[in-house]
Design a protein around this ligand. Structure first.
Ligand SMILES: Nc1ncnc2c1ncn2[C@@H]1O[C@H](COP(=O)(O)OP(=O)(O)OP(=O)(O)O)[C@@H](O)[C@H]1O
Length: 456
């Protein structure tokens, strides 16, 4: 055995003597095994990610094994499952395969056979290679989509191209903007950040372009603005979608001519800074609604990078959580580690505050948690019982039902994305999981924009 955390196995059956036998066989091999007689009590624990492997029989008075599996899968839980049955039929083998069951054993089950199958299933479901984190400046990630973004940043950073970063709040837009700066030829020059939403509209112009003495009440001294402060470096305009129409026009003028004037001044100043901007709004929608100038939008959006929300980056959750725990652990104390079941439980949560929320949560745990391991049951109720991450598109109301063709496209895209995610970004493995020919899988993925340059 290795010294990695012992994986937790649950056996479900309503015959106590059989439960005892299976559990004692598993424990004799150092597995952390337990049994439960009631599926209704077991299911909530399973979907909360408390186990690394579930073994169930098919005939249980309270609820049949297939129904148990349907409920587990229906809740979006992908824990590996082994079935043990006395009545192996072709029909049940087909149903087991359809539900993504990892293995299927018929009674009587020899101890050695059980141990061997359990070991194989656990090994098959061990974290995959691509989960090794990649890093870019201060950003780390174990997600294939982020890997493709890191590559894109390395390609575009040395140029002076403007970049627009899109993504939900807390998804890492500021960190990415900083990484672009650090990877660029301007890295020794200033990186100046302006949060357009945090500064009152009437002060933002002076903040950006500076002001002359006496330009307005309270302007007792000349003050340089952020464009000047950025010099030949990078100016990062965060929450650009919040800019007033008037300031949008002024910014457009700077981008077109390179010139600006301080508030209350008449001399033209020249900006040599590279502009990186970010927003959590759908700027195209803002343009359509007449709230954002389309000419400015196209000038900002020379290259755009869309950061996926954390809930769509399952490969990142365990890695980032552990990274933050290591960072925040009190000095001289070894940081606790997350068990696989805790990571699975965290993946079930939808992280509306994205990486920032995960960071805050890890900081609290690092301070409060005393044991060397963090189990699923140690996670706060908000994470354990919070809104689960949506696993599939919910049923549309009849009024918003999509035409068949669009619905099929949506399904195709979601399906491929899930296969690629499960394969850790490996297209050949994704094709294998989907049971498709590699070429056909790749062509479809490309049509849906799910390929990166690295796949070309
Ligand atoms: N990949 C990552 N690796 C390490 N830390 C990260 C990563 N992504 C985000 N963070 C951290 O998470 C926090 C939130 O990230 P950041 O401020 O960049 O998000 P944001 O999208 O700019 O948020 P907002 O929309 O609220 O401005 C920061 O403390 C940042 O350092």
């Amino acid at each position: 055995m290795t010294d990695s955390p012992r994986q937790k196995i649950l056996f479900i059956d309503d015959i106590p003597s059989f439960c005892e036998e299976v559990v004692s066989n598993l424990r004799s091999e150092q597995h952390d095994a337990q049994s439960m007689l009631s599926p209704l009590e077991a299911i909530p624990k399973i979907v909360r990610g408390e186990f690394d492997l579930v073994i169930t029989t098919l005939v249980i008075a309270e609820m049949g094994g297939f129904e148990i599996i349907r409920r587990i899968r229906g809740a979006g839980c992908r824990v590996p499952i082994i079935i043990i049955t006395a009545f192996g039929t072709d029909q049940s083998a087909i149903e087991a395969a359809r539900l993504g069951v990892a293995d299927y054993l018929t009674k009587p089950v020899e101890k050695n056979e059980l141990i061997a199958r359990v070991r194989r299933v656990l090994a098959d479901h061990a974290p995959r290679e691509p989960e090794r984190p990649k890093s870019l400046a201060r950003m780390i990630s174990g997600d294939w989509q982020m890997g493709a973004i890191f590559e894109k940043v390395k390609t575009i950073a040395p140029s002076d191209t403007r970049v627009l970063i899109l993504g939900e709040t807390g998804s890492g837009k500021q960190l990415l903007a900083h990484a672009i700066h650090q990877q660029s030829r301007r890295s020794q020059e200033p990186f100046v950040e302006v949060n357009c939403a945090a500064i009152p509209a009437n002060l933002l112009e002076s903040e950006l372009f500076g002001h002359e003495e006496g330009a307005f009440t309270g302007a007792s001294k000349r003050r340089i603005g952020r464009f000047e402060a950025a010099g030949k470096g990078t100016i990062f305009l965060d929450e650009i979608g919040e800019l007033s129409f008037e300031l949008q026009s002024k910014l457009l003028h700077v981008l077109d001519s390179g010139k600006f004037t301080r508030v209350g001044g008449s001399n033209d100043m020249f900006s040599q800074a590279r502009l990186v901007s970010a927003t959590n709004r759908d700027l195209m929608k803002e343009v359509e609604a007449g709230r954002f100038r389309s000419d400015l939008y196209y000038r900002l959006n020379v290259i755009s990078i869309e950061l996926p929300p954390l809930r769509d980056r399952p490969g990142d959750i365990g890695i980032l959580a552990q990274h933050f725990i290591n960072q925040f652990a009190p000095e001289g104390q070894p940081p606790p580690t997350f068990t696989p079941s805790a990571v699975e439980a965290m993946r079930q949560y939808n992280w509306p505050g994205n990486v920032r929320e995960l960071q805050n949560f890890a900081e609290q745990l690092a301070v409060l948690h005393q044991a060397p391991r963090i189990e699923a049951t140690d996670l706060p109720a908000r994470v354990l019982h919070g809104k689960p991450a949506p696993k599939a598109a919910s049923q549309p109301a009849p009024s918003e039902r999509l035409p068949f063709r669009e619905a099929r496209d949506q399904f195709e895209k979601d399906y491929l994305l899930k296969a690629i995610q499960e394969a850790g970004g490996n297209m050949a493995e994704g094709a294998r999981l989907a049971g498709m020919d590699r070429g056909q899988f790749y062509r479809l993925a490309k049509r849906h924009g799910l390929t990166s340059n690295a796949d070309e």
